[in-house]
Design a binder for this molecule. Structure first.
Ligand code: Z5A
Ligand code: MG
Length: 228
């Protein structure tokens, strides 16, 4: 995180990157955080799952197929992993820090629902988590993603699962737009060079990041007066 700070009294922006496997989320969040750091803007990265916590270590073992777990149980652990980070996200946003998340509750729903868990069950445990100000959903044809390095190393990394997850992401997008407004979920093409995608993303985020965000931090899946 950069040592310099903005004098704005507005809070930091909460920006989430979502998308199918290998579409370039981690590459782009790293570049964005580095860019903001260079510009002297306070920003930090939050990865989900956060594999460093005790819960995160259980998730990591599951993803690497070193442990088996009931589908409901692993779903709740992913959500618990977000809840253990929620207070820090809220605090940082209030202190003017931009928080950039690499995946969030939307991956939680899409992956578990793709396995057959009821959509409503998947949505519930994340209710009232900090609401992202914007979620950028990076899109890339599954066949292109599967050609990228390390695809297939972890659980879920097959074209069939990714296709089912993509369908569920479509339902998640509808739910976000219905409950929180169209502007909260934006699709971005992840095709092209890393630099081209970076500029596309910067064009969408520049205003929100440099101006900060006005208003209180919303609650995920809880409709506020503004979004009704
Ligand atoms: N999961 C879940 O089930 N429930 C939950 O609640 C949550 C997650 C939060 C682990 O996630 C799994 O957990 C994930 C969902 C599930 N399973 N799947 N599938 P993860 O985020 O830790 O997964 P990952 O290992 O970081 O993979 P990823 O995030 O899917 O990849 P990515 O971050 O989108 O891509 P990348 O690492 O930036 O790029 C992939 C490669 O492509 C790399 O070699 C890059 O150099 C290259 N790349 C990137 N951009 C480009 C462009 N533009 N052109 C060419 N090459 C590129
Ligand atoms: Mg990643």
């Amino acid at each position: 995180m950069s040592a310099t700070s903005s004098s704005s009294s507005r809070r930091g922006a909460f920006i989430v990157f979502e998308g199918l496997d290998r579409c370039g989320k981690s590459t782009q969040v790293d570049r964005l955080v580095q860019r903001l750091d260079r510009d002297g803007h306070k920003a930090r990265l939050q990865k989900f799952p956060d594999r460093t916590t005790a819960i995160g270590k259980m998730i990591d073992a599951y993803l690497q197929s070193k442990a088996e777990m009931d589908d409901h149980a692993i779903h709740l652990l992913f959500a618990a992993n977000r809840w253990e980070c929620a207070a820090a996200i809220r605090r940082d946003l209030e202190n003017g820090i931009t928080v950039i998340a690499d995946r969030y509750a939307f991956s939680g729903i899409a992956f578990s629902a793709a396995k057959g868990l009821p959509f409503e069950f998947c949505l519930q445990p994340d209710t009232a988590l900090p609401l992202p100000d914007i979620t950028l959903y990076l899109t890339l044809p599954p066949a292109v993603a599967s050609q990228r390095s390390a695809f297939g190393v972890e659980r879920y990394e097959t074209v069939a699962i990714q296709t089912a997850v993509r369908e569920q992401f479509g339902l998640v997008a509808n739910e976000v737009k219905k409950r929180h407004g169209d502007g909260k979920w934006v699709e971005v093409s992840a095709e092209g060079s890393i630099e081209e995608v970076e500029e596309r993303i910067w064009g969408l985020l520049e205003g929100m990041i440099s101006g900060g965000v006005d208003g209180r931090i919303g609650e995920l899946w809880v409709q506020s007066d503004e979004s009704r």
